[in-house]
Design a protein. Structure first.
Length: 96
């Protein structure tokens, strides 16, 4: 799994999530590609790719609250297809 610098496509949620903290994700994935405010649907988002080059995103969705960077929350894994999100979540879990 590695950071994807740019991606012009769109990802969507296919039912796969990963429970982690912001600090855990930063340690594994680096700084988020995008950060928002508590009023945004997404406060943190990472753009990643699996070892075989499949793009996926990691993002909190509709938390609408302040939370500690050490608090465990469920992060959505976005991809083009469900299989992409499964691969992304598997590689992310293996890295946490």
């Amino acid at each position: 799994m590695k950071v994807l610098k740019t991606y012009k496509g769109h990802t969507s949620f296919h039912g796969h999530e990963v429970r982690a903290s912001v600090n855990q994700l930063v340690k594994v994935c680096g700084e988020p590609k995008w950060t928002g405010s508590v009023n945004d649907k997404v406060q943190y988002e990472w753009l990643m790719q699996t070892e075989d080059g499949t793009p996926f995103t990691i993002y909190d969705y509709k938390e609408y609250r302040y939370y500690s960077k050490d608090e465990l929350i469920d992060w959505h894994i976005g991809g083009i297809r469900g299989l992409d999100t499964l691969k992304g979540s598997d590689e992310l879990y293996a890295s946490l």
